[in-house]
Write a protein that binds this ligand. Sequence first.
Ligand SMILES: CC(C)(COP(=O)(O)OP(=O)(O)OC[C@H]1O[C@@H](n2cnc3c(N)ncnc32)[C@H](O)[C@@H]1OP(=O)(O)O)[C@@H](O)C(=O)NCCC(=O)NCCS
Length: 193
Amino acid sequence: MPITLRPAQDGDVETILELVNQYAAENLMLPRTEASVRASLADWLVAAENGAVIGCGSLVPLTETLVEIRSLAIAQGQQGKGVGGQIVLTLVEMARQRGYPQVCALTLRENFFTRLGFELVDRWSISPKVWQACIYCPKFHRCDEVAVLMNLAPQPATAEQEAQKPPAWNSLLRYGEWRPLLLAYQRKPNRED
Ligand SMILES: CC(C)(COP(=O)(O)OP(=O)(O)OC[C@H]1O[C@@H](n2cnc3c(N)ncnc32)[C@H](O)[C@@H]1OP(=O)(O)O)[C@@H](O)C(=O)NCCC(=O)NCCS
C-alpha cells in the first residue's frame, strides 16, 4: 500500500502527539501539547500507510513573511524511505501557496534539509521569533541546532551582484549614434515639406 500525504484531521491528534513527544523526550525536538496541535490542525500534514499515521510535520507562522517547519517526525522503522523529504517539500508548497516568501527550520539534520534545497544561515539572521519556543527547551543554554532557510520569492540583488552589472550609461546611445538624430531634429523643414 503506498504512503500518502494528507492534511491532518481531528482523529490524527493522538498519533501526532505520540510521534512528536516521543522524539521530544529524546531532545530531538520541542514537545507539543494537545491544545496547540488542535488549535493549529490546518497547518499540519500527516503521512499515512494503510490508514495508519506514520509521520507528521507542521508549519508555524513566525512573521508575515517567515514560516517555520516544525515537529517533523517519522515513525521509527519508516525512516529513510523519503517520507520526511516528501512532507518537507509539501509543507514548502503549502507555504508558497499561503504567500510566504521564506520558510525556515531549526534542525540537527543540516544535510537532510540542504539536500532538499534549504541553505544554512546564521541563526541570528532570521527573526528572533523563531527562538520564542526555545525557552522551554532543556538544551536552551547549549543549543546544537542550526538554522536553514529556503527563499520562495526572488531576492533583491546583493551589493556584489549590483557591482557586476554594466554601468547604466552603457545602454545610452553613443555619440556617433545620437549625432545624426540630433541633426535630423535640427534640420529646418523645406518650404515644400
Ligand atoms: C529527520 C527525519 C524527519 C527524516 O525523515 P525520513 O523520512 O527518514 O527522511 P527521508 O527518508 O526523506 O531522508 C532521510 C535520509 O534517507 C535518504 N533517503 C531518502 N529516500 C530514501 C529511500 N527511498 N531509501 C533509502 N534512503 C532514502 C535521504 O537521502 C536522507 O539522507 P540524509 O538524512 O543524509 O539527507 C526522521 O528521521 C525523523 O523523524 N527523525 C527523528 C525526529 C527528528 O529528528 N526530527 C527533526 C527533524 S528537524
